[in-house]
Design a protein around this ligand. Structure first.
Ligand SMILES: *Cc1c(COP(=O)(O)O)cnc(C)c1O
Length: 403
């Protein structure tokens, strides 16, 4: 039988699911313990738990819309290359999306491009920290402060990452985390907003209070899915799962009708257990990323992403850049055929996503940096199920496909 390695994932043992779910549903303290812990690890004064990262982003944007009525600030600056649910949340809340181009070498918002944008109507600037690599958050934080805008530190892929000794998700006024599939820890769905601004926290809380909780049926379905996922991620099982397309792993679609609910106490119990193991889970990914970096640094046609010296990434995936389109496509194909979950990540820059483009100002429709990332990026798996020789196999396949 072949072994297949999923593009991303968190090994979740069945004991953690059972014990965590039992703890979460039997005691009333799991949700509070989880939010306290996440607030503390991000250096925040408060944390509210939601049904997903995009639900947290949506409520945050709605809170910003309310607060912006007084100041006339109704624009949100989003990186030109990030998860599609970020602009979806902005539009769903009735705010305007502005796109800022990204630096195609670092993948994050280019601070020079941001400084050139008119920011007088900007309520917030959103980071991305893709694949767990910290953006230039110090620059984003100071530009936001100068302009009287909030910085939303989107750490949906970067729980546990640090920059200059500070936690990612902890820059600016508010941070977002996700517990979706393929994130740093997972309960299939889940998310959090963490606050360093009492004003934002209060406005978020007003909306939060009126939201329904994730109900018992949805919780049961998600817990069962998590158990299935924890088995599916095993290399011998993943091969078949992928063939039948179950679990919807790896697709990128624009979606804006997702549920916006509070998180579930049962899932909180599971997330809390996973959070206790965060350093070990991230440590395995960091080790695998180091092996990929060592093996791929000298492969012709492959460029590594620039990571700041003061950054401690957590590598939810390991991204590389392959400029030649044929080499890139052939590499992804060859790796997949060999059972290695390589992906082309998000297929488009946000200016080219049909659901986003019609909402954009003319000057935000051409983003060369974001388009370059979309054309060149390849992500590689880093999770703990990856074997030690994965990096050498990846290097061999990518070298062999170059014409
Ligand atoms: C996954 C992700 C989100 C949304 O989180 P969900 O929990 O999947 O809704 C937001 N931003 C980024 C950068 C993400 O990767």
């Amino acid at each position: 039988m072949r072994r297949h390695f999923a593009p991303a994932g968190t090994p979740v043992d069945l004991a953690s699911i059972a014990l965590g779910a039992a703890g979460g549903s039997l005691s009333s303290g799991a949700m509070e313990a989880l939010s306290l812990r996440i607030a503390r690890l991000s250096g925040s004064s408060g944390c509210l738990l939601m049904s997903s990262g995009r639900a947290a982003m949506t409520v945050l944007m709605s809170a910003m819309r309310e607060l912006g009525r007084k100041t006339g600030r109704d624009e949100i600056v989003v990186p030109g290359y990030t998860c599609y649910s970020v602009p979806a949340a902005v539009l769903r809340a009735g705010l305007k999306v502005r796109l800022c181009d990204v630096n195609p070498h670092t993948l994050g918002i280019d601070p020079d491009a941001l400084r050139k944008m008119p920011l007088g109507r900007t309520a917030a600037i959103v980071s991305a920290n893709l694949y767990g690599i910290p953006d230039d958050l110090v620059a984003l934080e100071s530009i936001a402060a100068e302009q009287g805008a909030w910085l939303v530190d989107d750490a949906a892929q970067a729980l546990g990452a640090r920059l200059d000794g500070r936690p990612v998700g902890g820059f600016g006024s508010v941070g977002i985390y996700s517990f979706d599939k393929g994130k740093n820890i997972t309960t299939i769905q889940g998310g959090a907003a963490v606050f360093r601004s009492l004003e934002l926290e209060a406005a978020f809380h007003d909306l939060f209070e009126r939201l329904p909780s994730t109900g018992p049926l949805a919780t049961a379905v998600l817990t069962a899915k998590l158990a299935a996922y924890s088995i599916a991620l095993r290399p011998l099982v993943y091969e078949r799962i992928q063939r039948i397309g179950a679990l919807g792993l790896g697709r990128t679609i624009y979606e804006d009708d997702f549920p916006v609910c509070k998180y579930s106490p049962t899932l909180s119990g599971i997330a809390l257990r996973l959070l206790h193991r965060l350093d070990a889970i991230n440590g395995a990914r960091i080790d695998n990323a180091k092996r990929l970096e060592d093996a791929l640094g000298s492969v012709a046609g492959v460029r590594l992403v620039d990571v700041a010296a003061s950054a401690k990434p957590v590598y939810a995936r390991y991204p590389v850049l392959i400029d030649d389109p044929e080499h890139r496509a052939a590499s992804i194909d060859a790796l997949r055929r060999g059972g290695i979950g390589a992906t082309g990540s998000y297929p488009s820059a946000l200016c080219d996503v049909p659901e986003v483009a019609p909402h954009l100002a003319a000057e935000d429709r051409e983003l060369p940096g974001a388009r370059q990332v979309a054309r060149t990026i390849v992500t590689l798996p880093t999770h703990a199920y990856c074997p030690r020789d994965l990096a050498e196999r990846v290097a061999r396949e990518i070298s062999a496909t170059r014409c």
